[in-house]
Ligand binder design. Sequence first.
Ligand SMILES: Nc1ncnc2c1ncn2[C@@H]1O[C@H](COP(=O)(O)OP(=O)(O)O)[C@@H](O)[C@H]1O
Ligand code: SF4
Ligand SMILES: [Mg+2]
Length: 322
Amino acid sequence: MSDLLKVENLTVRFEVKRGGGWNKKSYLYAVDDVSFTVKKGETLAIVGESGSGKTTAALAVARLVKAYSGKVALAGEDILQKEAEALRQTRQKVQFIFQDPYSSLNPRKRAEAIVREPLDSLSRKSEDEKTKIVDDLFEAVGLRPEQQRLFPHQFSGGQRQRIGIARALATQPELIICDEPVSALDVAVQAQILNLLRKLQKDFGLTYLFISHDLGVVQHMSDSIAVMYMGKVVEHADRLSLFQTPRHPYTQALLSAVPTVDRAKRAQQKRILIPGDAPDPVNLPAGCRFANRCPAAQAICQTVEPELKSDTNGHRTACHLV
Ligand SMILES: Nc1ncnc2c1ncn2[C@@H]1O[C@H](COP(=O)(O)OP(=O)(O)O)[C@@H](O)[C@H]1O
Ligand code: SF4
Ligand SMILES: [Mg+2]
């Protein structure tokens, strides 16, 4: 299948205030030279601890935060260069589902108006067309027609996330970015929402960029997985390859925390704890960013930053030992 999203050398930096002289500018490279692609109809998961740059990368892809450098192409069109009307059209094509269904919905609006809002601001459909679309979306996400009249506080967390999903689907986007869509929900409800997202993907041929801090959540939800650490992609492979032969010590540690259903495997599985804290993102070390916490670190890791290199099957890893 063809690439729907192609991100090349994307870098996003923030100016941060740090003690010192008046004019001293420091930068935090939240996303540092990151490249990945997502094929049409597939799901790329981006996984990593809090602060690794997942949300910032996604916001840059949706033009909700400014990229410092790099390229983002959606269906072959460079979207970082777009302005005005072309940008409005791009906004229709990329939609977000946010982590927190409690704070991402306007509490003073009825569910119907929330789902309709992107159609009002981004599309040029008639009122009748919009009403029909909203009716269909409520059905698609498993909400009843009469629930359209209710306000967000009258829904449970899972139902609110269904409203968020319906809203994201309203403009028939080509790419849906799910940023930790189930992290704020109970485990039982998580499974329902993940199942719904999968069903919608199948029914409508959706393409997802799916962000999570939890590899367990994405194991049934992704075609390929990119693992991020401190602004960098440290490993990127298709799902099976990543789960069966994780190569980066950071990925191995993340994976060791995922409960497995396979009993024989569970018996052998040893949890690898990641010691210590991540380095200061404004003063990154010279070598590998994971070196101060890596159980396998060597002398070279302190001085030379490992490059992301691909094997013949396209499994990419950034580690001197691989
Ligand atoms: N607007 C901002 N200004 C300054 N720093 C930011 C801003 N947004 C995010 N960051 C920093 O960028 C890094 C990556 O953050 P984020 O993309 O939210 O990570 P994640 O989603 O993986 O938790 C963090 O160090 C965070 O503090
Ligand atoms: S490059 Fe070195 S420090 Fe970094 S992950 Fe590999 S072994 Fe660990
Ligand atoms: Mg985030």
